[in-house]
Write a protein that binds this ligand. Structure first.
Ligand SMILES: NC(=O)c1ccc[n+]([C@@H]2O[C@H](COP(=O)([O-])OP(=O)(O)OC[C@H]3O[C@@H](n4cnc5c(N)ncnc54)[C@H](O)[C@@H]3O)[C@@H](O)[C@H]2O)c1
Length: 419
């Protein structure tokens, strides 16, 4: 397998064994497959095409200004494939792309072939990716399902052959129409985002009604029709998928003169939820946070990754800094990404300091804000924390990691989400 990226630095680093992302287990896997000659990296697509029969397009599909998925990278790859295609190939849309994209990819390749005056057969299939960051290898090796949207038998047979090793115990391949497969990916992410936003709405209501949402969560999760997953209240979902995919589905609906009221509410609730911790902070300390010092635990959008795209931590940091506070932040994995992604001026005048240990963040802090539920944050030494912090310390727990009763007896003012 040859991986292609236009980012030369990424390719140079990958060839040296340096991965651009943190993903548990991936470095060892890349290293031994590269060493054994099964995996290569290049920035030249024509070079990769010479030794390949199946081309996966897995480039980014970020939201455009109107929220729709920006297909420029996908279509650029399609055109390049068309410009160099010499023999039958299967082109696989792996990126999350709107319904109808496979037709656009086909047209882009066709128009390049026409320009060259050659006729080469090819198929375009949709094979959306469902892996979770932080569990990518497991999800890839043991997928719940492999969705394949294809129109030709030749393409379906090739996809079956390709995935044969991952479907030995039972057939996990779901073959459907190309448009159905494209839609399936968006609906899967929108459904999960809906569960999260629904539960966040319930949590906000619980906060106002003297109800502990954690009891409600276990009370409803035990119903097998509902289940426990994705009903954890918190300070909003982030990452590279849910926010952009919900937006893109809303946009797709708009293109068909349809108002997706549930999806719009899911997105709106999530935007509000990212500001929920700050609302509690402001209610506790008042609007002016000058002179206040905060510890922030967790910068990645979720545990197990260094990805900070659309992370709730970024929203909270901006709100705290705009209100005059200073912040010392720590994340077990995302520190380098934070250094690159967060505004340089925050570091310049000491409003934001990244520290090397979770307890360092607490030194002389008025309060701790917990934003990402990394395991090391789950059972901290509360006595040590209290000693490090200023008098009357507060904890703003954006992921409901601690028990409110214990926090009070440990000497903290505690705020969770919906407790
Ligand atoms: N990240 C995930 O966990 C995940 C999960 C499921 C689906 N997806 C989907 O996969 C797609 C990619 O997501 P990502 O997070 O890896 O994006 P990303 O932005 O991190 O990476 C995209 C890569 O594509 C490269 N690229 C851009 N144009 C190129 C070209 N013409 N030729 C070769 N390389 C090119 C970029 O340099 C970049 O390295 C998106 O559609 C996303 O929705 C991602």
């Amino acid at each position: 397998m040859t991986c292609v990226d236009v980012d030369q630095r990424k390719i140079e680093n990958l060839n040296k064994g340096i991965l651009p992302i943190y993903e548990p287990g991936l470095d060892a896997m890349v290293e031994h497959n590269a060493r054994d000659g099964r995996l290569a990296f290049t920035s030249s697509l024509p070079e990769a095409m010479r030794s390949s029969d199946v081309y996966f397009i897995a480039v980014g599909t970020p939201p455009g200004e109107d929220g729709s998925a920006d297909l420029q990278y996908v279509l650029a790859v399609a055109r390049e494939i068309g410009a160099h295609l010499e023999r039958y190939a299967l082109v696989v849309d792996k990126s999350t792309v709107p319904v109808g994209t496979a037709e656009q990819v086909r047209a882009a390749i066709d128009s390049e072939l026409e320009r060259r005056g050659v006729h080469v057969e090819f198929d375009v299939v949709s094979n959306p990716e469902f892996l979770k960051e932080g569990a990518a290898i497991h999800d890839f090796m043991k997928p719940d399902r492999i969705v394949v949207g294809a129109e030709s038998d030749r393409a379906i047979d090739l996809m079956r052959e390709l995935y044969a090793d991952f479907t030995r115990s039972h057939d996990r391949l779901l073959v459907m129409g190309v448009r159905d497969a494209e839609m399936t990916k968006y609906v899967a992410n929108a459904m999960l985002a809906t569960k999260i936003s629904f539960m966040n709405e319930v949590a906000n209501l619980c906060d106002r009604m003297g109800v502990d949402v954690e009891n409600v969560r276990t009370g409803i999760g035990s119903d097998s029709r509902i289940g426990y997953s994705f009903i954890y209240p918190g300070c909003g979902y982030g990452g590279s998928c849910f926010p952009k995919d919900v937006k893109a589905l809303i946009r797709m609906a708009g293109n068909h003169d349809f108002v997706p009221s549930v999806l719009e509410a899911v997105e709106a609730r999530n935007e509000q939820q990212k500001g929920y911790l700050f609302e509690k902070i402001r209610a506790h300390y008042g609007p002016d946070l000058s002179g206040r010092r905060f510890a922030l635990w967790g910068l990645a959008f979720k545990p197990g990754t260094d990805d900070m795209r659309e992370a709730a931590s970024k929203v909270l940091l901006r709100q705290l800094i705009d209100a005059g506070a200073s912040v010392r932040a720590y994340d077990p994995i995302a520190m380098d990404v934070a250094r690159d992604e967060l505004p340089a001026e925050w570091f310049g005048d000491g409003r934001l300091t990244l520290v090397d240990h979770q307890y360092d963040a607490l030194r002389d802090a008025d309060a701790l804000a917990l934003v990402t539920e990394w395991k090391p944050f789950r059972h901290p030494d509360f006595d040590a924390m209290r000693r490090l912090m200023r008098p009357d310390p507060a904890i703003f727990d954006g992921r409901n990691q601690y028990q409110p009763e214990n926090m009070q007896s440990d000497g903290f003012v505690y705020y969770g989400v919906g407790r």
